[in-house]
Design a protein around this ligand. Structure first.
Ligand code: SF4
Length: 184
């Protein structure tokens, strides 16, 4: 099948693309991540994916949009559940692009991460697939996560330290340094 694979970052793509190719699928990468902040982080992740895609000989369809203002305005309304809106936005854009470009189905590297809300992610992908009228190819890639991270480090990939949004960055460093940054 022709699969449009939404890629959140190159490290998470390593094992997903390998598994899909081994199963005989033809993979095209899709970059749309307006949830990644700040700009330097966004560019580092995007450029790492471009480099890796070139090495693999995989085409990349890009919606190259740094969406800080719109993302934060939306997320701040319900910070605890911001991931659900974040998933829906990215998966909906993936499904629409897959449909417009005659792919058979779509997938996302988010399905390899043990840190995402996997069951919610699956429900949202299925809902979006039905809404757009294109198949969602479900696979739980989480057992491959550690191997993918190890291989990405061995290939000297840019490795991010937090999920993507500025709120996830704060959570990451709050665990490490405490809550002092909220007090200023
Ligand atoms: S933590 Fe990750 S999935 Fe959740 S809103 Fe932030 S970038 Fe999106």
């Amino acid at each position: 099948m022709k699969v449009l694979l939404h890629v959140c970052c190159a490290p998470c793509s390593v094992m997903v693309v390998e598994a899909l190719r081994q199963a005989g699928h033809e993979v095209t990468f899709f970059w749309y991540n307006p949830n990644i902040h700040p700009t330097t982080e966004y560019v580092s992740r995007r450029d790492q994916l471009r480099t890796y895609a070139k090495e693999l000989g995989i085409d990349v369809i890009e919606v190259d949009h740094y969406g800080l203002s719109a993302f934060v305005s939306q997320a701040i309304q319900d910070l605890d559940n911001r991931c659900l809106q974040c998933y829906e936005d990215r998966l909906l854009r993936t499904a629409l692009t897959a449909k417009a470009n005659q792919f058979d189905c779509f997938q996302s590297t988010l399905f390899i991460s043990p840190y995402q809300r996997h069951d919610d992610l699956k429900l949202i992908a299925e809902m979006v697939a039905e809404k757009v009228g294109i198949a969602f190819h479900y696979q739980d890639f989480r057992p491959l996560f550690r191997e993918g991270q190890t291989r990405a480090r061995e290939m000297a990939f840019y490795m991010q330290k937090y999920c993507g949004c500025i709120f996830s960055e704060a959570e990451r460093y709050r665990k490490k340094w405490g809550n002092h940054q909220e007090k200023s």
